[in-house]
Design a protein around this ligand. Structure first.
Ligand code: P6P
Length: 336
């Protein structure tokens, strides 16, 4: 039973029996993410004051300018997970290939891999808009004590054992699931402790907020265009409100609390959509479903998509169940 103002540490201990695998390691893993989140939060909150908001001058595999905070956050999460010797491998938006963590050591009994977008929405950093970290956790599928392999990372979203995000917003929150509902913890920066502020988070089945970059409207599939016009019709329950922050974690978080839908469809410039399946769509889909919401590419459930490569992109429609159902209805009727 969740009681408000419980600390994250107390919550993990109290609930580790509900986790179907040997939960001690997962608890340590969530704790290490908690530590890294606090360190990154400290830097994000002072980004405007020190010279780490400018582009790092490098570009990541996505061809996007790497903001220094991107690089910093990536290093912090990898460093923390490595030092605590909890995982056998990490895949990151900021790393071209996965990073093996001592997995060649036959004594390495670590069974988890983590996939992470260390600082999502980083283009918002230098304009002081919320950004976030997204993480997804799997059990490895190759034998423990052997070098970790790509197949340990290319698992369907339905195989996730845990997923969550950190939103560095007006307050900093850690929201995660281990398959037994979704709980949100708010950081008290004065003492560096996360407190259970949002127990048992649930997506309202209906909502009246839609989040999409309408600048790409002309590029969208016909079914998406029809849905957007549906949202704008003068009806008893519409028009809906358009809210798009340009930071997936922030848009998702607001929609989960208030009810709403986030869409990043495919288009000519993004023939498979923009968002990455493994460390953006799957973790958010896991959270959405655990909170009673829904997630698909407009046709297929996000967590049923068979991954083929580490940085693969998919179209993404995620949020209140009846809103996603409506998009899928339009996609069936009007197609691509
Ligand atoms: P656009 C940030 O880069 C991100 O991955 C999501 O956080 C965000 O929702 C989306 O891309 C914004 O993309 O093309 O609308 O600027």
């Amino acid at each position: 039973m969740a009681n408000k103002n419980q600390t994250l540490g107390e919550f993990i201990i109290e609930n580790q029996d509900s986790f179907k695998y040997t939960s001690g390691e997962l608890s340590r893993l969530i704790n290490s993410i908690r530590l890294a989140a606090k360190v990154v939060n400290h830097e994000v909150n002072k980004a405007g004051l020190v010279d780490i908001t400018g582009a790092a001058g490098d570009t990541n595999i996505q061809g996007e300018d790497q903001q220094k905070l991107d690089v910093y956050a990536n290093e912090k999460f990898i460093q923390t997970l490595t030092k605590r010797n909890i995982v056998c491998g990490i895949a990151s938006e900021e790393e071209d290939d996965f990073v093996a963590i001592n997995s060649q050591d036959e004594n390495n009994q670590n069974k988890y891999v983590v996939l992470i977008d260390p600082l999502d929405g980083s283009s918002n950093i230098d304009v002081n808009v919320s950004v976030g970290t997204i993480f997804s956790i799997y059990r490895r599928v190759t034998p423990i004590g052997t070098p970790v392999k790509i197949e340990d990372f290319l698992q369907k979203g339905s195989e996730q054992v845990a997923a969550g995000y950190v939103v560095y917003g007006t307050s900093t929150m850690l929201v995660y699931t281990t398959g037994d509902g979704v709980n949100g913890f708010t950081l008290n920066p004065a003492i560096g402790t996360f407190y259970l502020s949002h127990p048992n988070m649930t997506f309202p089945e209906n909502g009246s907020i839609y989040s999409v970059n309408e600048g790409n409207y002309m590029d969208f599939p016909k079914g998406i265009k029809k849905y957007i016009k549906y949202c704008q019709e003068e009806e008893e329950d519409r028009p809906y409100t358009s809210r798009y922050i340009g930071s997936l974690v922030s848009d998702f978080h607001r929609n989960m609390i208030k009810g709403g839908i986030y869409m990043y469809p495919k288009g000519s410039r993004n023939p498979n959509g923009k968002l990455r399946l493994l460390y953006e769509c799957n973790p958010m889909a896991f959270l959405a479903e655990q909170a009673g919401g829904k997630s698909s590419d407009g046709h297929t459930r996000t967590m049923d998509v068979e991954p083929t490569e580490l940085h693969q992109r998919v179209p993404f429609v995620c949020g209140s169940k009846n809103m996603v159902n409506k998009v899928e209805e339009f996609m069936r009727e009007f197609g691509e």
